[in-house]
Design a protein around this ligand. Structure first.
Ligand SMILES: [Mg+2]
Length: 301
């Protein structure tokens, strides 16, 4: 298939442009018109064959889903709503027409489920599949949730159950594998968290120990983990603490804020408290410290 033919197909799969897209696929640039009184938030993610997925275990639609879901999770963590995405895709020889269609179906199905459209992109050939996606979201001006607002005394919450993705990756089957392949972006929760007056929020992409460390460094605070972590059935405490790709939300609120026990059947658990000083250090079982051992691309090279 020629690039032009593929582009025609992608345009057809993409369908009508979403709200705010004045000009979508087919021009030199996409044109997007924001609403009055909103800030736009942007996130970008790589998805690289043999780094982020393996074609032996991930179907085409799973790869497409994964390409977008990580960006949507970042948009959720900002308390924003996704508006459009831009996708650069380099396809290797093994990715035939059927695979490519499956990839776009996986990506565009998830986009449609969350009111997002593909507004443009680029295509190329490469040795391995490389995908780079930009997701743009919007949020009421000055209301984006950030990582740097946690204050001593704040309560620390997490959504859902931890360690499912790591468990799934190790077993390759069951509900945990599903959780690994198809994490739900917590978009509605992110906006609710914003409405509850959260002081800081981020999504758990690289594991609680590393991501909480990052939140604490950004906010110049430390944290104490107390109580039991909500573990995915079958996951070990290590998978719950250090396992990546759960894509749950980690957030802090003032101690007196009212956070429900669950949100649309998703459990919300208080797992700790923000403390003064020792930026980035995490106390567990009353002592310092939990080492940030989550996933870091640059620590294993
Ligand atoms: Mg994130």
């Amino acid at each position: 298939m020629t690039e032009r033919k593929l582009l025609e197909k992608i345009t057809a799969w993409t369908g009508a442009p979403g709200e705010g897209i004045v000009r979508g696929i087919g021009d030199d640039c996409a044109v997007f018109r924001p609403r009055a009184g909103e800030d736009l938030v942007f996130t970008t993610d790589f998805l690289i064959e043999d780094v982020h997925f393996r074609r032996e275990t991930h179907k085409a639609a799973d790869v497409g889903y994964k390409a977008l879901v990580r960006g949507l999770s970042d948009i959720a963590a900002m308390g924003a709503e996704p508006r459009f995405c831009l996708l650069s895709l380099a396809l290797p020889e093994w990715a035939d027409n059927r695979w490519t269609e499956g990839f776009y179906k996986g990506l565009l199905g998830l986009a449609a489920a969350h009111g997002t459209t593909l507004a443009g992109g680029d295509l190329a050939r490469a040795e391995k599949l490389v995908c780079d996606i930009v997701v743009c979201g919007s949020v009421v001006r000055n209301k984006a949730l950030r990582r740097d607002g946690a204050k001593p005394g704040d309560a620390l919450f997490v959504s859902g159950l931890l360690g499912g993705s790591a468990l799934g990756l190790s077993t390759g089957k069951g509900k945990a594998w599903k959780k690994h392949l198809h994490p739900e972006p917590r978009l509605a929760l992110g906006r609710a968290v914003r409405d509850w007056g959260a002081t800081a929020c981020m999504d758990l992409s690289d594991g609680l120990s590393l991501d909480l460390h990052r939140l604490c460094v950004a906010s110049n605070v430390s944290a104490s983990l107390d109580g039991e972590l909500p573990l995915f059935p079958g996951a070990t405490p290590e998978q719950g603490i250090h396992g990546g790709e759960d894509y749950e939300l980690l957030f802090t609120v003032r101690d007196e804020a009212k956070v429900p026990e669950d949100f649309d059947a998703l459990p919300l658990t208080r797992i700790g408290t923000i403390l003064e000083g020792n930026a980035g250090r995490i106390r567990i079982g009353g002592e310092f410290e939990l080492l940030p051992m989550g996933y870091d691309h640059f620590s294993r090279s």
